[in-house]
Write a protein that binds this ligand. Sequence first.
Ligand code: BGC
Length: 390
Amino acid sequence: MQRGTFVGTYCGGRGTLVRLLCFTSFVVASALVLPVALRAEVEVTDFGKTADGKAVKAFTITNSKGVVVKLISRGATLAEWRVPDKHGKMDDVIFGFDDVAGYESKDNGYFGATVGRVANRIAGGKFKIDGEEYTLAKNDGPNTLHGGVKRSLDKVVWNGKPIKNQDGEGVAFTYTSPDGEEGFPGKLDCKVTYLLTNKNALRIDYEATTDQATPVNLTNHTYFNLSGAGSPTINDHELMIAADHYTPIDATLIPTGEIAPVEGTPFDFREFHKIGERVDQLNDQPGKGYDHNFVLNNQAGKLALAVKLHEPKSGRVLSVFTTEPGLQFYGGNFLTGAKAKGGKTYAYRSGLCLETQHYPNSVNEPKFPSMLLQPGRTYKHTCVYQITTE
Ligand code: BGC
């Protein structure tokens, strides 16, 4: 185990007895005083190895309120988030696995991962830049989903370093995706920084640079259940999305290009609605429930509130702030009971993702905000997930 900050150097250079006394008082003082301080540090441990032998690290952060966040370096993944309910009872409210094998298994629906190079779908697994066509592997019917098959950003091991600033503690993950990886042009240098604050906000800052024009759309694919991961449903959660419009989809979940009003549809979450209230109206539609991109009202690129999610029994509230123009609300329609952390299973519609992003298939849809990154420019995206109680 290695800690982000080292605490025991101030007794050096004295005699043995003095050192012993000093060490003893340090241990006593630690027991009395330091646990609180120590808990605010990033703890780095070994999480295991990938099937091809790469070491995966786990980073555990505990803030001054006792809230715990665990991140792992495979996929720069958010693996655990323990938060109190309105009575102070702690629960882990996100999906994940106990070991690397779980994350590498077919049961892993991108749980907690950083997704890219292009999150969501690219129609036909093809796009053109300056007349040149690029072809990707298809992994979702006729389309490419979440950056490809073998070396998409959720599957590679990132380099992680603990960080600390006046707002909190966290981890900066970096990964360089070589030119041509998963069929994408250009070398892409990616950085994803997580920071847990003492206000129980988890801030995620994404950055990327390239040496050739290339599409970039990074997001986080955490599944939340505010009653605790493994609870049977999210249909009882109340959701508000600050979006007057959404992007309707075709049979393969590719946006048709239309920007449609939510008014009068089950996509109108401008006021709180229980997720289960209208979801069954979508059972026979593409996506088989909620699996749609919302056009956020904030299109200015400034950090603003996009979502509030409230679970009445626990009183937990998740607020999502973002600089991105879109939000994929995925209601867990393809979950089939994965066996996961602590022996829990994740049933149909028992977790939901709120993925801040550019709109799906933007690389082939000139009407949508562009996701093309040019050399010399920096892709930037901030998403803040904050969990409070009411
Ligand atoms: C997509 C779903 C997909 C899921 C995979 C979501 O982002 O919108 O269609 O099934 O990711 O876990």
